[in-house]
Design a protein around this ligand. Structure first.
Ligand code: GAP
Length: 534
């Protein structure tokens, strides 16, 4: 492999590859798309299924202490009252009255721009007359004059953008003096005095942004023929409440004893104010969540750490390198009152380091809430102490779509490979782990006009596809066919050639990452797949 690298605009390259090769399309694109909704094409559906299957196998089937469920997407509305979502599942929202754009207040950044001058600016020359110049540190020769405000939406360039805008404001106002350092804040901490002066990112002009107000992100719907409050319900904003609401049913079926987990994979819906960064934050997405119930006296911190390590190990098993990951511990003062601790596994996306997987120690809050609201105790009998108690829970919660994007970002590379004549040409590769690759093996007959050779290739293809996702391709030069598979992340190509039919039945196995080739037989190929695809 020669000079592997990532393109400067990795996101653009990934979005374009996803569309070109059928991984992800905008939803209902023929009608112009719908913001925050996506469709997964043939390769995307396979990749997503593989991510789900790996998680389910490792989290549920291969463990003795975790069971899986599938709860309904629309649950009794009282579930969401008890869980606190009806009252508190909100984001702070800001409207621009002129452009009609909406922003999440915590993603809208601003700064007050001031310059250092030798003399106080006369009132008549002040750009913002209600802010007179102030002396700096009591120095009679140093004053600070506010010349305006700047704003920018959160991105990997927020700070740079605000500084550029501050410089440009100074030029526009023709102010001399040194620009004072900017104090950057998000809109949730903008005061009544600041808000009228903060420019809308849409128009660049101040005066149109509203104060932040709470916006509930749950999608509402009506169950049954009536459209009144008695029929109001919600599309679930998380799968977790399914596990809490079914806790007693799972315990009563008798298969579990503490510590044990209940897991599920399923769609969740959030009316995000600003869906963005492709599939990173969308309005319909899929979660894989597990609630691990432990004794009320158990050492929750050790269990929490064990689950963080489990998640890190699992991400490595599907090919996400450690170098892209970090941990973020939520500060104590920002945790909900019932929470004992939350750690997010962060991934270095091209648009910044962002949450991939949250691992929360939630105490017994959820079960207690449901016990109180439903009147049905959510308890376990402790044989040792002969006492009943409500178990505590550790919750690893991750989005399938965020993992999907992470494997694309980590796996995407451009390098060079020799063409038919040995000349180096650019190649795009997705370095997917064989566990999740949408196609495991491509079967390529060297030529398509030799019936015996084609027959052998078709037979091998038929045997392989009983167990694996495989692809048969007889069109074009062999190098081009390899390149097509590299671009969709197929780990291996096998080429059926004249030696296969004339000599010992072996074929060429070409490995995607190293591009190395060797001859193997069918039993060896199946053994390789058995070992690597699990
Ligand atoms: N039950 C806890 C819970 O739902 P969360 O942090 O809100 O916690 C868990 O969500 C995970 O779901 C996140 O770490 C992320 O991977 C994924 N997720 C959340 N909102 C998402 C969205 N709008 N689009 C895609 N994935 C999302």
């Amino acid at each position: 492999m020669a000079n592997p690298s990532k393109p400067p605009d990795l996101m653009e390259a990934i979005v374009s590859l996803c569309k070109r090769r059928g991984f992800v399309f905008p939803s209902s694109e023929i009608y112009g798309g719908l913001n925050g909704f996506f469709d997964y094409g043939p390769l995307g559906a396979e990749l997503k299924k593989n991510i789900r299957d790996c998680w389910w196998n490792d989290m549920v089937r291969r463990r003795d202490d975790i069971v899986g469920i599938e709860s309904s997407i629309i649950m009794h509305p009282r579930v969401w009252q008890a869980s606190g979502h009806v009252a508190g599942f909100t984001d702070p929202m800001v409207d621009c009255k002129v452009s009609k754009q909406r922003y999440r207040a915590d993603q809208l950044f601003w700064a007050c721009v001031s310059v250092e001058v030798d003399q106080p600016t006369p009132i008549g020359e002040l750009p913002l007359p209600e802010f007179p110049s102030v002396s700096l540190g009591g120095n009679p020769e140093k004053f600070s004059t506010i010349i305006g405000y700047v704003s920018a939406i959160e991105s990997e360039r927020t700070n740079e953008e605000l500084h550029e805008k501050a410089e440009s404001l100074k030029r526009k106002r023709s102010f001399r003096g040194i620009l004072r350092p900017l104090t950057i804040n998000d809109f949730t901490v903008a005061s009544e005095r600041d808000i009228p002066h903060i420019p809308s990112p849409a128009t660049g002009e101040p005066g149109s942004l509203t104060p932040p107000r709470a916006f509930n992100m749950m999608f509402e719907t009506y169950v049954g023929a009536l459209r009144d409050d008695s029929a109001l319900s919600y599309l679930r904003p998380e799968t977790a409440q399914g596990m809490f609401a079914d806790f007693k049913a799972v315990v009563d079926t008798g298969r579990v004893k503490l510590p044990f987990g209940i897991a599920q994979i399923g769609k969740s819906f959030r009316n995000e104010i600003t869906p963005r960064n492709f599939i990173f934050r969308s309005r319909e997405f899929e979660q894989m969540e597990m609630e691990y119930f432990i004794h009320e006296d158990a050492d929750w911190a050790t269990c929490h750490r064990e689950w963080i390590d489990w998640c890190l190990g699992w991400l490595a098993s599907i090919g996400i390198p450690k170098s892209h990951l970090s941990e973020y511990n939520h500060p104590k003062e920002k945790l909900a009152f019932y929470s004992k601790g939350t750690t997010d596994i962060m991934f270095r996306y091209p648009f910044g380091v962002q949450e991939l997987w949250g691992i929360a120690a939630r105490g017994n809050y959820d079960l207690t809430q449901h016990a109180n609201a439903s009147g049905v105790p959510q308890m376990i009998f402790d044989e040792a102490t002969k006492k009943r108690f409500t178990p505590h829970v550790i919750e690893p919660a991750v989005g399938v779509d965020r993992i999907f994007l992470a494997v694309l970002c980590a796996g995407y590379a451009e390098d060079e490979a020799p063409d038919e004549k040995g000349r180096l040409e650019k190649r795009t590769v997705l370095h997917f782990s064989p566990r999740i690759a949408p196609v495991k093996v491509a079967v390529l007959p060297l030529v398509k006009n030799k019936p015996e050779l084609v027959k052998r290739a078709e037979e091998l293809h038929a045997r392989l596809k009983r167990r694996y996702a495989v692809f048969y391709d007889e069109g074009g030069a062999i190098g081009r066919r390899y390149r097509r598979q590299d671009e969709i992340g197929t780990p291996w190509c096998v080429t059926i050639d004249f030696e296969t039919i004339e000599k010992d039945g072996t074929f060429t196995l070409r490995e995607r990452d190293s591009m190395a080739q060797k001859r193997i037989n069918e039993a060896e190929l199946f053994a390789l797949l058995e070992k690597e695809v699990y």
